[in-house]
Design a protein around this ligand. Structure first.
Ligand code: CU
Length: 117
């Protein structure tokens, strides 16, 4: 029983650091998932495709504008594939939480948390 308590305490400690990492503005794409997704307002988000390099010998991805947004909130990265697996996209949305998707795989969803400056 004591081992369980120690493990739970360690897990809680590890999880408590997760929000700090989420504010880095860096999103990795792997196994058809965006991880994590948070940015401070007006900053750039760097997307990196880790699907075996992307492109012909991997899987290309293209993160794009929030689901359900109007023209004022449209943004898109270029397709991330061989030769250009990373791209920085400046996000200038008002504070809030936004769901975006992959233009190539529409079922892929990510979340951006835009904080106040
Ligand atoms: Cu994709």
């Amino acid at each position: 029983m004591r081992k369980v308590a120690v493990i739970l305490a360690l897990a809680a400690t590890v999880l408590s650091f997760a929000p700090a990492r989420a504010l880095s503005g860096v999103v990795y794409i792997y196994d058809f998932h965006f991880t994590p997704g948070a940015v401070t307002r007006g900053k750039a988000v760097k997307f990196t495709n880790l699907e075996a390099g992307g492109g012909y010998y991997g899987i290309p991805h293209q993160p794009a504008y929030p689901v359900g947004c109007t023209t004022s909130c449209v943004w898109s990265s270029p397709p991330l594939r061989v030769g250009s697996i990373s791209a920085s996209v400046k996000i200038t949305l008002p504070p809030g939480t936004y769901t975006y998707y992959c233009k190539i795989h529409h079922y892929m969803r990510g979340r951006l948390v835009v904080s106040k400056v």
